[in-house]
Write a protein that binds this ligand. Structure first.
Ligand code: ADP
Ligand code: ADP
Length: 237
């Protein structure tokens, strides 16, 4: 069974103005991602990539089709089950989305505090995560004291805090310079290979796909226009 499966998924937003047509952000998309895989979604701005991610973590519900995580249709979940689902899915962002008023440790601790874990357990887990991302010495620093690459490593540690099976990456390296991008991609590779976490990464950078992904789907105007092994798709003229 696929870990992530979208079947005939469409998402329409209401017309932006009276008399205008609805915006079809995602149009009849079917996509499955196996456990342990890194799947890339590429396409120009407006292609529907972010909407696909928001459908996978149930921030949006589809207007048609089904979204299943591990065989469970997530469009039918109640609030409590949704919380469980979200702790199974970590997310990282282009602009990192860290809390500026919290320390590095405080940022990583946040999802565990929300989930109500005991203090001592949180401290040990934060420690472990910061060592994993190579920021053990920055626990007491604030985001503004960090470089972009360090901020994204905090973002990754925070996304992993609840031990999710899935990591969603939304243009996670697009704000970084090429060297820092490679460093973050190396860390994401470890997240996949050492922790066995399934990664769905959306990007407009082909290098990200080449370095990280096993499989890639290409989106245009809300539809998947091509998909397959990275080597095959990217070598097609
Ligand atoms: P991408 O991530 O590939 O840039 P998006 O999924 O963000 O694409 O957007 C796909 C289309 O849906 C775009 O035309 C965008 O303007 C539209 N869209 C995205 N989110 C919303 C929203 N909340 N309300 C209305 N239209 C939206
Ligand atoms: P805030 O930024 O919200 O003030 P703190 O820095 O006080 O947050 O820490 C928030 C959480 O992170 C605490 O629950 C604590 O257990 C954990 N924590 C704080 N410092 C460390 C550290 N050096 N190593 C590991 N965990 C830490």
């Amino acid at each position: 069974m696929s870990l992530i499966r979208l079947t005939g998924v469409s998402k329409a937003y209401p017309p932006p103005a009276k008399g205008a047509d609805p915006v079809i952000a995602v149009d009849d998309v079917s996509l499955s991602v196996e456990a342990g895989e890194v799947c890339g979604v590429v396409g120009y701005s407006g292609a529907g990539k972010s909407t696909v991610l928001r459908l996978v973590n149930a921030l949006e519900s589809p207007t048609a089709g089904t979204v299943e995580i591990d065989g469970v249709d997530i469009t039918r979940l109640r609030e409590r089950e949704l919380r469980t689902l979200r702790s199974d899915i970590g997310m990282i962002f282009q602009q990192f989305n860290l809390f500026d008023s919290r320390t590095v440790a405080g940022n990583v601790a946040y999802p565990l505090e929300v989930a109500g874990h005991p203090r001592a357990e949180i401290a040990a887990r934060v420690d472990e995560l910061l060592r994993f991302v190579g920021l053990a010495d920055k626990a007491r620093s604030y985001p503004e004291q960090l470089s972009g690459g360090q901020k994204q490593r905090v973002g990754i540690a925070r996304a992993l805090a609840t031990s999710p099976r899935i990591l969603l990456a939304d243009e996670a390296t697009s704000a970084l310079d090429p060297d820092t991008t490679q460093e973050v991609l190396t860390l994401l590779k470890r997240v996949n290979q050492e922790l066995g976490i399934t990664i769905l990464v959306i990007t407009h950078e082909m290098d990200v796909i080449r370095t990280l992904a096993d499989r890639v789907v290409v989106m245009e105007n809300g539809r998947i226009i091509e998909s397959g092994e990275v080597f095959d798709v990217l070598s097609t003229p």
